[in-house]
Ligand binder design. Sequence first.
Ligand code: BES
Ligand code: ZN
Length: 385
Amino acid sequence: MIRIFAILTPFLFIPLLASAQHQHDFAGLETPETMSAMRLIDRGDGSAPRWMTFADAMKLSEKSHAEGRCAGFMDITDFQDLDQEPMPMVEYFKLNLGDRPLKQQAYLSRAINELDSQQLFKTVSEMSAFKNRYYKSDLGVQAAIYISDRFKAIAKNRTDIEVNLFKHNWPQPSVVAVMKGQGPHANEIVILGGHEDSINQSAFGSNNMTAPGADDNASGTATVIEVFREIVESGFKPDRTLMFMTYAAEEVGLYGSQDIAKKFKEQGKTVVGVMQLDMTAFPGAGDQIVFMTDFTNPNLTQFAQKLVDSYVKVKWSTDKCGYACSDHASWTKAGYAAIMPFEATMKNDNKDIHTVRDVIQKLDFKFGLHFAKLGLAFLTELAKD
Ligand code: BES
Ligand code: ZN
């Protein structure tokens, strides 16, 4: 009897210890106050925004993902007027995107072959080595600095490129690399971006959460860096200004991209097109690119589909997230034209995101290269008339 009790005792205590440990970690980043703070949540499904606690909002997202749906939310508490005023300065229609002829065949026939899947692997392996990249953790800040150091190393000999941290009112900054355009179109901007943060939805708020976020979204970040590398190293000189962005705090409600889109709108900046890369290396539905058709611009999507046919030469199809699932929605809401090419259909998406199992071993960087090709074609074709 005593022996059985002695054997069982440690097992009886494990759950208690685990929950004590969880509570302790939990206090690290999100506090009882921030967890119970009321946030205005827009499900983006047509229903009216609702006030709920931060904790309930995160549970909503966790539940959707557990059910194999991508049906989260946009936290609009601090950005309630993002879609209130029309955007007179949006001039993307001048580019006649649906019918815009392609002109960069000569450049792209060479440059596309210089994109390197090993570089994607390197970045994803280094990014996913951060235990997490949560927007409130020191590691999340360090991950942003890592990205900015990568951009700076690539741009070290260039005076027309600036790399900046975009500071927010939470610890993790976004990162913005700017390649200035030359001539009369220099004030028009083309953006390639993806989010840099990660989350473990079963342990959110914990200082020690393990959230490698290899697919979601070290993969998109790696693609942004690789396209930047090729544009710089090939000596491409844009007429329009090209921006490469990695957004902070996407996983908690698109905070970083909303903050940036809001500022661009306030400053009256002309953005002619935005491509969002969020999850690009898990070929869940085979060798194809899937364009999300909600919260995106149909003309710009059509243009990008043409780029796939001409330059990436892979199958494409369409699907819907069903709600504002990533940072493209922040740009769309602000009145800009944004698109989201994605790695799979919703039905066949990577079910391990937001868990400890979102690791590099599950990814395929030959497949991931399609998105680098598309990103490179997108920026360079829109960079010149
Ligand atoms: N990369 C995901 C979105 C996603 C997941 C798109 C699966 C398509 C398939 C993104 O980082 C994410 O998790 N977004 C949140 C929403 C956000 C507003 C909190 C989500 O889906 O819960
Ligand atoms: Zn993501």
